[in-house]
Design a protein around this ligand. Sequence first.
Ligand SMILES: N[C@@H](CCC(=O)N[C@@H](CS)C(=O)NCC(=O)O)C(=O)O
Length: 222
Amino acid sequence: MLVLHHCSDARSFRPLWALEEMGLPYELRMLPFPPRAAAPDYLARNPLGTIPLLEDGDVRMTESAAICQYLVSRYGPSSFDVAPEEPGYAAFLNGLHFGEATLTFPQTLVLRYRWLEPPERRLPQAAEDYERWFFSRLRKGLGTLEGGFYAAGRFTAADVSIGYALLLAGKLGLDAQFTPEVAAYWARLSARPGYRRAQEAQRAALAARNVQPTDFRGQASS
Ligand SMILES: N[C@@H](CCC(=O)N[C@@H](CS)C(=O)NCC(=O)O)C(=O)O
């Protein structure tokens, strides 16, 4: 059984969404955020203290985009994957990594220096600069979205990776600045039954474990 360790709406949402899109059976272990401080026992499983952690027998993985790639190649074939023989393969790999390395990274600096640090350690200039970085990379890197999606003219794991960055933008209050194209792309992704099932799975797991949703901005997150 695949076991996914997760905090609500954190990067572990990428593999959760991928599992739901692929219809794979899994166990969801919901943790309070940040697990490093709020669930110290978790460090025995993942010394980094970060989520996600995917366990699959002896396999342990801690990178959300890599886990999506693992799921599609290990448990495919699926239209959600792009095969090396397909013309969209390079774009697919690019999108998987673009979503995390280029789009999510600057957002985590906004999160930290605008919201998470105690007031005396906040850095408004850094938060503003990385917010601008995020929007500039989003504008320049998303491309033309052939067929409405990032690669291969169809919905793939690359859209999950990028889609998570758009979800996080909403949690950080940045979504009001989406261009109409980005807003339409996000509406398309978040209307998917697989996305809705993933949201429902995390809602049920939060309730079952009596864990509070991740508090991204110092207030109750939905
Ligand atoms: N590059 C990794 C980053 C993992 C990561 O930093 N996750 C964050 C949550 S989104 C985390 O666990 N933060 C808590 C901490 O660092 O203590 C990925 O894509 O999964």
